[in-house]
Ligand binder design. Structure first.
Ligand SMILES: Cc1cc2nc3c(=O)[nH]c(=O)nc-3n(C[C@H](O)[C@H](O)[C@H](O)COP(=O)(O)OP(=O)(O)OC[C@H]3O[C@@H](n4cnc5c(N)ncnc54)[C@H](O)[C@@H]3O)c2cc1C
Length: 323
């Protein structure tokens, strides 16, 4: 049976759900899972509890003053060494910006195969295969790993979490292996969601706006609803192309793939390229003046009306309910 090493991302020592889903996806298939986490100052117990609850037996903790930010070279060298020392067969991470940055080069260093942004996993003895959506989710490829380790990133919000009763991970302190030192991250600026809103790719609730918002300033009404709901704010490509929102907020085929519990599409027509990025949302709410808009074919709930009236009214009602 394969043994897996999972890269854990965290915020202030709280493991990200997307990483824990990867632990659970492997553990639930009977794989022996160990995890690795990086940071300058880490609450090891909290991380070990989070990872253990989803099935990790051991947590490799790499704590170093230089790791206050993601340092690609140091992460890569340390993961490579830990992986090689532990006779692992699978290296996995969430298909976040960090996972997508780190895993391709590691698959080369480890002489393994690479499956990116996968949404399914099958383990049969030593045989590993992963399901990967292609062409905006119209087709699925089955990636069979034939030789060398399987290096896999999993799409956030797809694999789910276990009931949290798997146990607690043993902590193993690991010294950081310094990389070549050619590049160093010295700071990270707040992104489009500011510091308080959840990351778009991981958010459980998203309020998204389209061309019909007409200006960047008008996105404020979506931000207000998002803040009431604890949601991230997204945008269609038409809104991004018009300069109303940055590309980091774009949802769709050429933007981010999201999979929230709630997706509120405000003045978005529902073009196939937009749907490719959000159609797996659990509940879709559409607000649109055109009752024929394609988004209503996928929506669970719809309001036919002007978003400039409906969104503030919705925000007011939800706020009153939450008080
Ligand atoms: C190769 C390729 C890749 C693409 N990738 C993406 C992608 O990643 N993401 C993406 O989103 N698109 C993508 N697109 C573009 C996509 O085809 C659509 O053009 C785009 O999604 C339309 O954005 P929209 O819904 O905001 O605008 P529109 O299609 O113009 O729709 C605006 C909607 O707002 C409604 N409306 C107008 N006023 C109001 C109001 N006051 N209140 C409520 N509703 C109102 C209208 O009825 C209409 O339905 C891609 C296209 C191509 C060719």
């Amino acid at each position: 049976m394969a043994k897996a090493l999972v890269l854990i991302e965290h915020k202030d020592s709280k493991a990200k759900k997307a990483s824990l889903e990867v632990v659970h996806a492997l553990h639930s298939q009977g794989v022996e899972v160990e995890a690795i986490v990086f940071g300058a100052t880490l609450d090891k117990d909290t991380l070990a509890t989070d990872c253990g609850a989803q099935g990790a037996k051991k947590l490799h903790v790499v704590s170093d003053a230089s790791l206050g930010f993601y340092q690609a070279e140091n992460y890569s060298a340390t993961v490579e060494n830990t992986f090689k020392a532990g006779s692992f067969g699978i290296l996995a991470a969430a298909a976040t910006a960090l996972g997508k940055d780190l895993l391709p080069s590691l698959s080369v260093k480890l002489e393994g195969g690479l499956g990116v942004d996968c949404t399914g996993l099958t383990i049969n003895g030593d045989k590993v295969s992963a399901k990967r959506p292609m062409l905006a989710g119209k087709y699925f490829a089955t990636v069979n790993f034939k030789s060398g380790p399987a290096v896999i990133s999993f799409r956030p919000n797809v694999m789910g979490l276990g009931d949290g009763s798997a146990g607690k991970a043993e902590i193993a302190n690991v010294a950081m292996t310094p990389g070549a030192g050619k590049a160093k991250t010295t700071g990270i600026e707040g992104g489009a969601q500011g510091n308080s809103r959840p990351d778009l790719a991981e958010a459980e609730r998203i309020v998204s706006g389209g061309r019909s918002l007409k200006s960047a300033e008008n996105f404020k009404i979506l931000e207000e609803l998002a803040d009431t709901l604890g949601a991230a704010v997204g945008a269609s490509r038409a809104a991004v192309d018009a300069g109303y929102a940055p590309h980091s907020m774009q949802v769709g085929q050429t933007g981010k793939t999201v999979n929230p519990i709630l997706y509120v599409a405000c003045g978005i027509s529902g073009a196939i390229q937009h749907m490719a990025g959000m159609k797996t949302s659990k509940f879709i709410v559409a607000i649109n003046t055109d009752e024929e808009a394609p988004i209503f074919q996928k929506a669970d709930y719809g309001a036919i009306g002007d978003l400039f009236e409906v969104v503030p009214a919705l925000n007011k009602e939800i706020k009153a309910l939450l008080e």
